[in-house]
Design a binder for this molecule. Structure first.
Ligand code: HEC
Ligand code: HEC
Length: 470
């Protein structure tokens, strides 16, 4: 007879091992299936993968954020000017009418352009950008794609691409003016980079007949002299400042520029993503999935242009590489100027920027904007063509797969792709960077669910998140 005690013991011992093992396998399988972290990361860096799966940043950083100091007298004056409606022809428009503080100094509504001028009826030409995070905007230059000015990390994918002779690099290498690398325009203010400094930029809206329409320099200077801040002007710039209208207006612009640089409301860095970078917030599963797609060179590939890593010295990411790209955004019939079929807003090569009209390889290129606070916007791209992030993402992934969804048809029924760029410049449109590298019949780079995940991640870029733990 077999020993009954032994018979009981063997299965007991087997269960003692098998049960926890099975449990471990089940937990691992569940984690793998549930976690959006890709298998290859589990294989190469399992601890990081686990940490990420829990929503944590595996490598928290210390962000170097501009210090919160009291505004200088100059910036305080700039603040009053920023909100001064008297400087406009209508008497009803200040910088803050288009750049609303509650919308990250961007526009409030879903109208693609804002109306200004003497009666607030003259339509503008371009969508109003956010004024946040411009404090590190480098001046406009044209240089090699792999340059790392302004302490900006160059994504590895971009360096590799440049080194491997990607089609765009080769294309421009054939051009006489280009060296071995791709020469790309970068930096500057406005969608076409035509202003270099915040103070230089301010003359634009102040005098633009479709915006504040402030009149001549003399007229603006007279308004400054009769403003409630006239005494501050004299204290800061001397008793005779108003004797020289040019000087008074220059100083006013300098003051507004100082306000935009000094006031923390222009660069708060209080998004959930900033907290996450510092190890003080946890992503939801959906946010994490979106973050991974945003960074995956074969999927969203967004981080190739909208940089999301802090610089080596700890400066927070601005979600732009400050470079220009032609995405081929559809022509917006809601913009009045577009009623003229001869009119094209081509960004770097004009018409608002005039120094690069002959550099037609840059026609159709616009500055990559920050994505911080992008979820607050209801108008997207330089011409405000889209009104939701879902539409924007749909465009990115389906532009060349289902062009009929975005572009009109000609008389013969053919879809006119990249219709807001004259045919001879359409080859400037980016067709090599994912997710813009697909063709008819290809699967899109992101599924509908993945698009929702990317948007969940973009939502973490909105300032004003309250950190619940330290
Ligand atoms: C009528 C609406 C309107 C008003 C008023 C206005 N802006 Fe703008 N602002 C715009 C538009 C539209 C653009 C983009 C124009 C372009 O790219 O050509 C812009 C661009 C800018 C930029 C460049 C941002 C970037 O990302 O490059 C700055 C800075 C700026 N405005 C500051 C100001 C200041 C300061 C004032 C007040 C003196 C002001 N704006 C008044 C509509 C306005
Ligand atoms: C090749 C560079 C590049 C890539 C890759 C890229 N973008 Fe962009 N993005 C741009 C440029 C340039 C613009 C402005 C284009 C214009 O207005 O004509 C832009 C504009 C946007 C805007 C509109 C912002 C605003 O203020 O109007 C959003 C949103 C956006 N991108 C999100 C994304 C997401 C999400 C991804 C990844 C799926 C992505 N981008 C990939 C270059 C890029």
């Amino acid at each position: 007879m077999r020993n009954p005690r032994l018979a009981r013991k063997i299965p007991a011992r087997a269960t003692a091992i098998a049960l926890p093992a099975a449990l471990l396998v089940a937990v691992a399988a569940f984690l793998l299936a549930w976690s959006p972290v890709p298998l290859r990361m589990w294989a190469s860096a399992p601890r990081q993968a686990l940490w990420l799966s829990l929503g944590e940043n595996p490598h928290p950083v210390r962000l170097v954020i501009p210090a919160d100091r009291p505004l200088s007298a100059m910036a305080q004056l700039g603040k009053r000017l920023f909100y001064d409606e008297r400087l406009s022809a209508s008497g009803r428009m200040s910088c803050a009418s288009c750049h609303l503080p509650a919308f990250a100094y961007g526009p409030a509504g879903s109208s693609p352009v804002v109306r200004g001028g003497p009666h607030m009826t003259t339509p503008g030409f371009r969508a109003v950008p956010s004024l946040r995070y411009l404090y590190r905007q480098p001046p406009f230059t044209i240089g090699p794609d792999i340059e790392t000015g302004n302490d900006i990390p160059v994504p590895m994918a971009r360096q590799v691409r440049a080194a491997a002779g990607d089609p765009r690099v080769r294309k421009s290498a054939l051009a006489p003016q280009a060296a071995a690398t791709n020469m790309v325009p970068q930096g500057g203010l406005f969608w076409d980079g035509r202003a270099n400094t915040l103070e230089q930029q301010i003359g634009g809206p102040l005098y633009n007949p479709a915006e504040m329409d402030g009149g001549t320099m003399q007229q603006v200077a007279r308004k400054l002299a009769s403003g409630p801040y006239a005494a501050d002007f004299q204290r800061l710039f001397g008793p005779n400042v108003f004797a020289n209208p040019g000087l008074a207006v220059d100083e006013a612009m300098f003051a507004i520029g100082r306000y935009e640089i000094e006031d923390p409301s222009f660069h708060p860095f209080t998004s959930k993503y900033d907290a996450w970078l510092q190890g003080r917030a946890r992503f939801t599963r959906e946010e994490l999935a979106g973050y991974l797609l945003f960074n995956d060179p074969a999927k969203g590939n967004c981080a190739a242009c909208h940089l999301d890593e802090s610089t080596p010295s700890g400066r927070p990411p601005l979600f732009t590489d400050h470079q220009f790209e032609a995405l081929g955004v559809p022509r917006n019939p809601a913009i009045a100027a577009n009623r003229d079929p001869q009119y094209y807003d081509l960004g770097v090569c004009g018409p608002y920027r005039t120094d690069m009209r002959k550099d037609t390889q840059y026609c159709g290129m616009f500055l990559t904007p920050t994505l911080r606070n992008v979820a607050l916007r209801r108008v997207f791209f330089h011409n405000g063509m889209f009104h939701s992030l879902t539409q924007v993402l749909d465009f990115y992934v389906n532009r060349d797969i289902h062009p009929g969804r975005f572009y009109p048809r000609n008389a013969a029924g053919r879809v006119i792709k990249y219709d807001d760029i004259p045919p001879r410049y359409r080859s400037n449109v980016d067709r090599v960077d994912a997710p813009l590298n697909r063709h008819r019949g290809d699967p899109p780079a992101l599924t509908a669910r993945e698009i929702r995940e990317v948007i969940a991640f973009l939502d973490t870029l909105t300032d004003g998140y309250t950190v619940s733990r330290r």
